[in-house]
Design a protein around this ligand. Structure first.
Ligand code: FAD
Ligand code: UDP
Length: 374
């Protein structure tokens, strides 16, 4: 029987970059995944010639040049820049909150006018806080951008996304949204962003070139559960609580349900991402996948389009675990499991499921690039 240096459970970015690096170091490894395909959540399905982000829209962004060069060396990235638009009761607003949004909201023309309007909008909330720090998302939003923007672009969207009232959510969620007094619709502040040319599957294929992989292979229901027979070390990227047979109880997740349909027109909404910020629609966003990779005339050269409506929902058994729920109860439970994980010999727990931590793609890559002694 062949003995590997590493058995890698999970072919998401963590596992795949680990495999790439171990191959570079002259080690051999076997990657297994329970899904019928490789790539984890960045996997795309080709529908009518369009790469459809099966597990939710993935936009690569980073300010880390090492990470950017690393991925571009595997496959060059395109110039896609995320500029989402919000639809509130049939009216469109640019995101993130910038001079375009302020003009659309109030008709203000200059940064000075916008700034004065925001101050006026914030005044009531600032007075109410009376010098203390915002305690929840609602207070944070009201003191950041004021009443109109909170009510039209934040409140109901956030309630749909998290299934809870804004006053019951932590303030830090909204701190991620930039507020700008310039006409700049770029959602991210990072230096670099884009989508791999030809799609994410090209990135995964490039990273896994020459690596042995098995799909449809669940670690827990296969011979690989006795991994010591097959490898010296285990890299585990599955759910943290499942590894320990849920002995302390189950960790909670938030998930998303996607309704994907092909439309018989070349350009459905004119943008990759449109957020629906009122309760009039029960979905949070519509993604039109072709706009990630087709620009200008290319949009019309492909006669059809594929859209996905995203419904944010509470996680139940059998669904995809997407976002960790960072409340006290879950954080404490995860900490207890992490303590057990530290005591496992020759096992590396990595990635968003095994660390019970929300990671964007670039930080996952950075993390694996920084692992010493592979
Ligand atoms: P995953 O990609 O989830 O891979 C884990 C793999 O392990 C899966 O393939 C799974 O099938 C496999 N596995 C689990 N259990 C077992 C088992 N028992 N046996 C075998 N295999 C198993 N990041 C960005 O930078 N930009 C974005 O725009 C962005 N959008 C996102 C949207 C959504 C809806 C979500 C959920 C995440 C988004 N991310 C985004 C984050 C990105 O998906 C993660 O950073 C990335 O997937 C992390 O890779 P991973 O290897 O940790 O996990
Ligand atoms: N948000 C909002 N309106 C929007 C977009 C985002 O109120 O149109 C809020 C919402 O609370 C969300 C948070 O901003 O949870 C962060 O949004 P972002 O899109 O940055 O995060 P992601 O959904 O990718 O985790």
């Amino acid at each position: 029987m062949k003995k590997y240096d590493y058995l890698i459970v999970g072919s998401g970015l963590f596992g795949v970059i680990f495999a790439y690096r171990s191959k570079q170091m002259g080690k051999n490894c076997l990657v297994i995944d329970k899904r019928p395909h490789l790539g984890g959540n960045v996997y795309c399905e080709n529908i009518v010639g369009i790469n459809v982000h099966k597990y939710g829209a993935h936009i690569f962004h980073t300010s880390n040049k090492e990470v950017w060069d690393f991925v571009n060396n595997i496959v060059p990235f395109n110039r896609y820049t995320n500029c989402p638009v919000a639809n509130y009761k049939g009216k469109l607003y640019n995101l993130p909150f910038n001079m375009n949004t302020f003009y659309q909201m109030w008709g203000v023309l200059t940064p000075e006018e916008a700034s004065a309007k925001i101050e006026e909008q914030k005044a009531e909330a600032v007075k109410m806080l009376n010098g203390r720090e915002p305690q929840n998302l609602e207070e944070q939003a009201l003191t950041l951008v004021g009443k109109d923007i909170f009510e039209k672009l934040i409140k109901e969207y956030t309630e749909k996304q998290w299934g809870r009232k804004c006053s019951e959510l932590p303030a830090f969620i909204i701190k991620r949204l930039p507020v700008r007094l310039v006409f700049d619709n770029n959602y991210f502040n990072d230096k670099y962003q884009g989508i791999p040319i030809g799609g994410y599957n090209k990135l995964i294929e490039g990273l896994l070139d020459g690596v042995e992989c098995l799909t449809n292979t669940d670690f827990f229901n296969s011979e690989y559960r006795d991994w010591q027979k097959y490898a010296d070390k285990l890299v585990y990227c599955g759910p943290l609580d499942q590894y320990f047979n849920y002995q302390y109880g189950k960790l909670n997740w938030r998930t998303v349900r996607f309704e994907t349909e092909t439309k018989d027109c070349p350009n459905y909404q004119g943008n990759a991402v449109v957020n629906y910020t009122s309760h009039d629609e029960s979905y949070t966003r519509i993604i039109e996948h072709k706009h990630f990779e087709m620009f200008g005339q290319e949009v019309y050269d492909c006669p059809k389009t594929v859209i996905s409506k995203e419904y944010s929902t509470e996680y139940k058994e059998g669904m995809e675990p997407y976002y960790p729920v960072n409340d006290d109860q879950n954080d404490q439970l995860a900490e207890r499991y992490r303590h057990l994980a530290e005591q496992e010999e020759n096992v590396i727990f990595g990635g968003r499921l095994a660390e019970y931590k929300y990671y964007d793609m670039a930080p996952v890559i950075e993390k694996v690039l920084n692992i010493k002694n592979i």
